[in-house]
Design a protein around this ligand. Structure first.
Ligand code: ZN
Length: 413
């Protein structure tokens, strides 16, 4: 892998589809099409056929000595004022994997690039559109009537890009013969930066549990009601939130109270009702279940301590999706061989790789994020860290091709 070419492509893409406010590659827009055109122009220099599937995903592959293929890819789309690396780093590194492989001749098994359509869900609020369609987990009925800010329906907008909703699951046929999926991405968080590490293997994506806790007590006059006679739901919620923080720390997961709002919400009343939004994430399903059970108990204890009641309402959940142990080991070694440390961390954000991991041996590599933010123009990674991550990705691709040729990653039927 030639990191100089990846960095040059990233800068050229940022010049074409970025600006003072950041990247502008929202999927299903002209600027996304321009970003795709740039990717196609680079692919046109290689001995590959380019194809758009039924879900709008772009594929381009090199034939190998043996049947089947390893998939490399990410997404070229971005949020409306996004960073220059989110998605683009992985996509243009996948391009470089193809380019460097083509220069060396026929790979031992095929190597296929994918650019997933609408990873971000920035226009309609549904992330992982193309990869979930390919994996068969996209519920077409659920997305058909989603509308954007201007009231345009998803079904009509994607049709302009030749995507027929009824047929998006046919995209899954592209996985026949697939042996593994490998993706490079920026971390989008502070873990690697805080440890001074340039890159890491990724263990999998967190499972998520989202609930709304509704505390009910008694609204009462703030002057007339002595402290010991109150049924104050805000106090109960506060006590629960502090206990839930400890739950996250105890299990080494993450627990977030994203919002708490009280009624009647005036300075002269003890709040008789408070709603609290709770998000919990962990890589281990048992730990995630334990965190939820302990959060429920913390809410009940806090409610009882303040003479209130509480009800936990289910909002949304997704199980943890672990990556492949052999590929994690390969990615860890690749990071070490490229100048990084022997580390593997879980991913808090979801990625297209999580959809592929349901069906194929999968692994990701993260580069550091510094400053540790994403979905903003401030998103960045030191060039030295990018070079380590790109080299580690190249080694992982080469290692996976070898494993596949040795029969360790059989082609999917
Ligand atoms: Zn991304």
């Amino acid at each position: 892998m030639n990191a100089d070419r990846v960095l040059a492509d990233l800068r050229e893409l940022a010049r074409l589809t970025g600006g003072p406010d950041g990247a502008r590659r929202v999927c299903w827009t002209d600027e996304w099409a321009a970003a795709r055109q740039f990717l196609r122009s680079r692919l046109d220099e290689l001995p590959v056929e380019i194809e758009i599937d039924e879900a709008g995903n772009l594929w381009a592959g090199l034939e190998g000595e043996q049947d089947g293929f390893v998939i490399v890819g990410s997404h070229i789309d971005s949020v409306p004022a996004g960073g220059w690396l989110d998605g683009a780093l992985g996509e243009l590194s996948a391009l470089e994997a193809l380019r460097s492989q083509a220069e060396q001749g026929k790979p031992p098994v095929g190597l296929r690039l994918v650019d997933w359509a609408d990873e971000e869900g920035a226009r309609f609020g549904r992330s992982l559109f193309g990869s979930s369609a390919c994996a068969g987990t996209l519920d077409v009925g659920e997305v058909r009537d989603l509308t954007d800010r201007d009231g345009e329906r998803l079904e009509e907008v994607v049709a302009r890009y030749d995507v027929e909703l009824e047929r998006v699951h046919e995209s899954g046929s592209r996985l026949r013969g697939a042996r593994a999926y490998l993706e490079l991405h920026i971390e989008q968080g502070p873990v690697l930066e805080s440890r001074g590490e340039p890159a890491a293997a990724v263990l999998g994506t967190f499972g998520v549990e989202r609930h709304l806790a509704v505390f009910t007590g008694q609204t009462a006059h703030a002057g007339a009601t002595p402290m010991e006679l109150r049924r104050d739901t805000f106090m109960a919620t506060s006590q629960a939130a502090l206990a839930i923080r400890e739950v996250g720390i105890r299990h080494q997961g993450v627990c977030t109270v994203g919002r708490a709002s009280s009624e009647p919400g005036v300075v002269t009343a003890v709040p008789g009702r408070t709603e609290m939004l709770l998000d919990q994430r962990h890589l281990d399903p048992d730990a995630l279940a334990a965190m939820l059970a302990e959060a429920r108990k913390a809410c009940e204890q806090a409610a009882a301590a303040h003479g209130c009641e509480v009800e936990l309402r289910y909002l949304w959940s997704i199980p943890p999706i672990p990556f492949d142990d052999r590929l994690i080991a390969l990615a860890r070694q690749s990071v070490v061989d490229s100048g990084g440390k022997d580390t593997a961390i879980p991913s808090g954000p979801l990625h297209d790789a999580a959809e592929m991991a349901r069906l194929l041996p999968t692994v990701m590599i993260f580069s550091s994020s510094s400053p540790p933010v994403s979905h903003t123009k401030e998103e960045d990674t030191p060039e030295g860290d990018l070079r380590v991550a790109i080299a580690a990705y190249g080694r992982t691709v080469a290692g996976a091709l070898e494993l596949a040729a040795a029969g360790d990653l059989p082609p999917r039927e």
